[in-house]
Ligand binder design. Structure first.
Ligand code: TNX
Length: 555
């Protein structure tokens, strides 16, 4: 019998001897998402922080906890064979006492309270707390862990999460969530027990850019839907949310100096539905929500092509001065801003100025793809001016790989999707984000019977989405040319959050792992088992995911 098994039997023996609880645990008051709100004040620790193993009616069937089923796979994991039991008196201690750390502690408490029913107060600590608690700290954090790395130590007495920077604590919290049983993600009180396998994890990302893109232009998705998606991607340690805010079919953000972009240009969608747009306050709310999850929002206004919505809203942006009708089809490549007119650059400057002012992150994406209706010489001149405008507002320009045809600033970033143009970007010393359509496009169908999505880049089964590597995908691009990867979700065929979830899951966790975990450690045969264990987690989060037959899903 293994040591693990012995310890497990011991935990069960202790828990079975306890009487079942006579009352339902007290439910905490409703909590609001951290957002950009000030962190709640730290609370006083409860009188008796000594842990007891929770009674576990029905818990005897629960499998022993393991450190085996994390996505992304951490850099190093050492199991010690025991278990920590999270119980009702537990407190989340944070050190040092800052608003930022209090908010991170509160975020963890908010995730753990609904299923456990525990109060989980968040309290400032001075040094490691008494047994039975969770301790989140940047004190003594190893600088070698970088911005997002963390070290997690679980003993039978405590869960201790140490990071060099607060973002590392936030990423480590996702690991803690994944080490608890899937029921922890349930929105309603569950039985437990809430055991975490003991051991140590040291972890940090391979790539700085691990993104997802949502197209809100072809179909519009509201603030609540976007926030839900942000929460789901945070669970897999994704750190960039690229939002495609304007395309032929819709302009989705209010620009105060050109209001009809949103009010008219945003008034419909693919198929002729009502469309919609974010007010500047709503966009700022999305940005702050992402920021509280250590996710940088990358806003994209696609130019000079993919601009029919803007051209329809303002006749003066057209070379012939005539506004085209709104576009509700799915064709691309037919629209262009008029690069010969100075008003076009006034427009570009106004749009970039307003969006830059609302966006704390360093990046502004100007699109630049499929400008088939723009003369090539005009394209070069346009992108170079757009790049200078982006720079003048203190931001770095990101563009689809077609921008490699112009002189790029070293700080600009090119996004590979479907050509070898990214090589030209790298040759200029520009870093590349990898979004190869045949692997990373979340709008590609899984197979011929997937009703949503397209198949122009092929079918992308869960295995195809996992089995690629950013550093070997395009010849001539090496690891140090690559900033990271991103999985774009285009929305021509998607109308609801369920549609988004079905196309993103379970491929997105694979991309998250490719971006985070060391390359050498990855294999589909091993990954599919970990992914299988995420089925119940996604189900507990009510995610509508594709149950690929190539994954042995756990019930
Ligand atoms: C190509 S990827 C596009 C998008 C479409 C997508 C559909 C890229 C830079 N352009 O405009 O929505 O294909 O899969």
């Amino acid at each position: 019998m293994t040591l693990l098994r012995l310890l497990w039997l011991l935990v069960l023996a202790v828990s079975c001897r306890q009487a079942p609880p006579t009352q339902t645990p007290e439910r905490p008051a409703a909590t609001t998402p951290a957002g950009n709100q000030a962190a709640p004040p730290l609370q006083t620790p409860p009188e008796n922080p000594t842990p007891t193993i929770a009674a576990t009616p029905g818990g005897a069937q629960a499998p022993p906890p393991t450190l085996d089923n994390m996505i992304p796979q951490p850099v190093s994991v050492t199991a010690t064979g025991g278990a920590f039991a999270l119980t009702a008196p537990a407190t989340i201690f944070v050190e040092p006492e800052t608003e930022e750390l209090a908010a991170i502690g509160q975020y963890l408490a908010d995730r753990l309270r609904p299923a456990t029913g525990f109060a989980l107060p968040v309290v400032a600590a001075a040094g490691p707390p008494a047994p039975g608690n969770i301790y989140l700290t940047t004190v003594g954090g190893d600088p070698a862990l970088g911005e997002e790395g963390y070290e997690l130590t679980i003993t039978p007495e405590a869960i201790t999460l140490v990071a060099y920077r607060p973002a590392g604590l936030f990423r480590g919290i996702q690991t803690i969530r994944q080490l608890l049983s899937p029921a922890i993600e349930s929105a309603t009180a569950q039985t437990g027990p809430w055991l975490v396998a003991t051991g140590t994890i040291r972890d940090y990302p391979r790539f700085a850019w691990r993104g997802m893109m949502l197209d809100v232009a072809r179909h519009f998705f509201g603030v609540a839907e976007v926030k839900r998606l942000i929460d789901l991607i945070a669970y897999y340690k994704i750190n960039r949310f690229h939002i495609h805010l304007a395309d032929d079919q819709g302009w989705r953000i209010m620009i105060n100096s050109w209001p009809e972009l949103a009010t008219y240009g945003g008034s419909t969608a693919v198929g002729g539905g009502p469309g919609g747009y974010y007010t500047q306050e709503e966009y700022a709310e999305i940005v702050a929500y992402a920021q509280s999850r250590y996710i940088v929002v990358v806003p994209e206004i696609d130019m000079p092509g993919h601009t029919n919505a803007a051209l329809a809203a303002y006749a003066e942006l057209n070379c012939d001065g005539v506004a085209p009708p709104l576009h509700t089809g799915i064709e691309t490549g037919f629209s262009s801003l008029c690069t010969d007119k100075e008003i076009t650059f006034t427009f570009v400057n106004d749009v970039i100025r307003e969006i830059a002012a609302l966006t704390p992150g360093p990046y502004l994406h100007i699109g630049g793809d499929e400008a088939l209706a723009t003369n090539p010489g005009d394209y070069v001149q346009f992108v170079e001016r757009a790049q200078a405008i982006v720079q003048s507002y203190g931001k770095q320009m990101v563009g689809w790989e077609e921008i490699a045809q112009v002189n790029l600033l070293p700080s600009s970033v090119a996004q590979h999707w479907n050509s070898t143009l990214a090589q030209a970007a790298a040759a200029q010393g520009v870093q590349v984000i990898m979004s190869p359509a045949s692997r990373a496009y979340l709008d590609m169908k899984y197979n011929s019977s997937t009703s949503l999505g397209f198949s122009w880049a092929g079918y992308v089964e869960v295995e195809d989405a996992y089995n690629w590597d950013p550093a070997t995908q395009v010849s001539g691009l090496a690891e140090n040319d690559i900033l990271g990867l991103e999985a774009p979700l285009w929305s021509e065929t998607l109308q609801t959050i369920d549609d988004i979830e079905f196309m993103a899951f379970p491929r997105l966790p694979g991309h998250a792992e490719i971006g985070w975990s060391p390359a050498g450690a990855r294999s589909w045969d091993e990954y599919r088992l970990r992914l299988a264990a995420h089925g119940p987690r996604l189900a507990a989060m009510a995610v509508d995911f594709y149950q690929s037959p190539s994954v042995p899903w756990q019930p």
